[in-house]
Design a protein around this ligand. Sequence first.
Ligand code: BG6
Length: 484
Amino acid sequence: KKEQKALFVIFGGTGDLAQRKLYPALFNLYKRGYLKKHFAVIGTARRPWSNGYYRDVVRSSIDGMVNFQTQIDEFASHFYYQSHNVNDVDHYETLRVLADKLDQDYGLEGNRLYYLAMSPSFFGTICEHLKSQGLTKTAGYNRVIIEKPFGHDYASAKELNDEISKYFPEEATFRIDHYLGKEMIQNIMALRFGNSILSAIWNNKMISNIQVTLSESLGVEERGGYYDTAGALRDMVQNHILQIVALLVMDRPDSYCAKDVRKRKVETFEALKIYSPEEVAQNFVRGQYGEGKDMVAYRDESMIAPDSMTETFVAGKLEVDNCDMAGVPIYIRTGKRLATKATRIDIVFKQDDDSLFGGQGLADNTVTINVEPDTGIDFTLNTKKIGQEFATRQTNIGYRLTEEQVAKVPEAYERLILNALQGNSVNFTHWDELEYSWKFVDAIRNAWDQEDLPVDYFPNYACGTMGPQASDELLAKAGHHWIF
Ligand code: BG6
């Protein structure tokens, strides 16, 4: 019963995301037997490619996996290319005919997944025509998978959602946040709710503060056109960081199913404090990278305006007013061109009384979830310093996935596509969550827009550092410090 029968229709089939993420993910599902005989893929985009050329592209996108040559050939034979103009109604007719034929040939039982891996400005049109031209009129399921960015602010996200939901109901809409597909992000719930030694102390009596760091060493790369209109707040905080925060502070769901998990996440978002402009100034810091060793400043990157005021770094303090976590500062931080690539979560516990040990202070008590590239969990504890005196020293207890285990971890896209095939939306973002997260982000963005900083405010951090000094000061003024 493992095999999933379905037709994938990928809009943006020639694109970067499809080649870097989707085709390798589909191939992994194929290797593991989730996709077998009964699947087919139609790739669409404007370019006039042949099936043969398309299959070559698919093959080369999974070429690193050389040991599987015969499998790769067999796999690639399930791919079909259809040149397509998303605004041209007739093209959907051609698409429908091909889809129906493949449905017959491969025995797909009318199951269809439409993957929208292109500019969101086309999402509405595509969904409309899929419906009006009868592509969704099948005996099986019809689901749509949507890539980010889902809107630019609350108003545009709502407009986009209103359009899509005219044609696809919420249950059939799968909004991707690839962080939710990461092994260690999915581990948050297991850790929190599978260990009484943690669940008992996961509250504002015991936790001093929470720190979420999504640090990147890469710069903006070739995505300047998009990034300069987005910035770090929209690119990383609105989606990935707020989703992680929700998993960290939400109450225990009644069950591990989409409905119950979403309920808890939405409650958390509702309890997230939306800041006034004065509060934004107190609680949020932004930065933009200047040059560093062998690295150019953000403003000198291609497709970036020389006087761009877009932030490539954000640090902030969040508050969630739900009973267990009320008053616990949640510090978040993300940026490009920082010292290193590291996604990690540090839970910092309150300090114990140190008088027994001569009042010399105790080291931080923390639980760290290392998401990537380091994968594992660390506890830092105070233990007795070896020797005659009665003093303490910091000790680290760590669990690391072995290389072998890491190799077995399904990639985020592989996991999420399988979830979508199975109709399981537990790891996708519900519209209600988006609604709140955009309102939170809009308040910050609007406050910043009113601030009217001088052009020379940026750059304010050098490539290869951990961001502007103000990020450290944000914690220092509450008597805290970044653990990482
Ligand atoms: C994407 C952002 O959502 O996440 C990128 O648009 C960012 O700017 C990327 O680089 C980071 O993802 P990961 O999985 O490499 O940590």
